[in-house]
Design a protein around this ligand. Structure first.
Ligand code: AMP
Length: 406
């Protein structure tokens, strides 16, 4: 067996999985939360066994040491499990990266330079890589960027209609996000359909707490709804998605709100949360069932936005072969799926109500047999995708005699 330790390092958390990329399975899964607080929390699951610890963890370095101690104490032994790489999720790769890259000093410098473009994410991702390199110096560390799949968007999709000099000077363009998921799911959809990826015009709807749409032609992304940051596009758990930027000017001038206040309002207090008080669609549905008008309207806004993107991307693609739902909402919410495609029969998009059952655990086609557009539900697996991308770089690098990082 050969495995990859996948690390997703956030501002106060580290999610990790030891993945066997060949078998497509997770050998161990864990989470460290509330790093830097008085009581941090580690959960480590392996082989049907769950181990939990509550203790203070001062920083990411200590977090990663605790994580490795969990492997020592509970298993599996990383060497026996054949660890061949560490794969790190990095949110922003800017213009530099259109695929995974083995981390060296230049890569570290570039991720650091990109921090102003992703101030909430890249510093935390970087910390995870730095402590990882120090603690696991004998295996290659690979950065897998959320933006990579969208790095080569057509210029007309990536460029805002903004003063060119300003855009150039401040690196303002559409970078997208969730790219690892969109790439994995679009490839999987082709596999499920038994079609060649190169022949398919696809739309992928990644609907989780964050949500994004992509248009994919022949396996390459040609448009995506998240933009300069993940704020743009679809209605999300707590984010506005598309909104007139003049709302920000208005609030700054007339509501006494600072730029940081508005940033928080748009990113953390809007979307479903702002409209209903709840960011979880399960609770929004419950409110609708209880007769709550604000929740009903929120659901209408949410699905209407989806229909606008589906229609827009069908036009951009010049037709559509497959439409795929993924992530927490996309995989579990039959009502949202039905609402997203309502009235789109004229585009050839239909779903079979019996196939569109609530919980779908395996990749499933939910359109009727013979429908012009295949509609699918495909569970995403970003950790597996990161592990596979990291593993794909290992043999060549190892063969080249890469010195141990440290
Ligand atoms: P993710 O960001 O992909 O983990 O998705 C999290 C979101 O998925 C939650 O905030 C819920 O809105 C949604 N979700 C998870 N399970 C369900 C479910 N059974 N039905 C509807 N929505 C769900």
């Amino acid at each position: 067996m050969s495995t990859v330790l996948v690390i997703n390092s956030g501002s106060s958390s580290i999610k990790y999985q030891l993945v066997d990329p060949g078998a497509g399975t997770a050998v161990a899964v864990g989470l460290i939360e509330r790093i830097g607080e008085s009581q941090s929390h580690i959960v480590h699951r392996t082989d049907g066994h769950t181990e939990e610890r509550r203790l203070p963890i001062a920083d990411h370095g200590e977090g990663l040491r605790r994580l490795l101690a969990m492997f020592d104490a509970v298993g599996p032994d990383l060497t026996a499990a054949g660890i061949c790489a560490v794969g790190h999720r990095v949110v922003m790769g800017g213009r530099h990266y259109d695929g995974p890259v083995v981390v060296d000093q230049e890569v570290l410098d570039r991720i650091t330079e990109l921090c102003p473009l992703a101030p909430l994410h890249n510093p935390a991702n970087l910390k995870g890589i730095q402590v990882g390199l120090a603690l696991l110096p004998d295996v290659p560390h690979v950065a897998v960027f959320d933006t990579a799949f969208f790095r080569n968007l057509p210029a007309a999709a990536a460029t805002y209609a903004l003063d060119r000099e300003v855009a150039e000077k401040y690196a303002v363009r559409r970078y997208g996000a969730h790219g690892t998921s969109h790439q994995y799911v679009s490839a999987k959809a082709a596999e499920v359909l038994g079609r060649d990826l190169a022949d398919l015009r696809q739309i992928v709807l990644h609907l989780g707490n964050g949500a994004s749409a992509s248009a994919v032609a022949g396996g390459a992304a040609v448009d995506t709804s998240m933009g300069f940051t993940p704020l743009e596009g679809l209605v999300m758990g707590t984010r506005t998605g598309d909104i007139d930027p003049a709302v920000a000017f208005h609030l700054e001038r007339n509501a006494g709100m600072s730029v940081d206040d508005i940033d928080t309002l748009f990113n953390k207090r809007s979307g479903l949360k702002g409209l209903t008080g709840e960011n979880d669609l399960r609770l929004v549905h419950k409110m609708v069932a209880d007769g709550d008008d604000a929740a009903r309207l929120a659901l209408e806004i949410y699905t209407r936005r989806l229909r606008k993107y589906i229609g827009g991307y069908a036009a951009v693609l010049g037709g559509l072969d497959a439409l795929t739902f993924t992530a927490g909402v996309g995989e579990n919410d039959a009502t949202v799926r039905a609402g997203a495609v309502e009235g789109l029969e004229f585009l050839g998009i239909r779903i079979d109500p019996d196939r569109n059952t609530d919980r779908i655990k395996e990749p499933t086609v939910i359109s009727p047999d013979g429908a012009p557009v295949a509609v699918l539900v495909v569970p995403t697996n970003e950790e597996l995708a990161i592990a596979q991308q990291a593993a794909s770089l290992v043999p060549a690098e190892a063969g080249a005699g890469r010195p141990a990082a440290g």
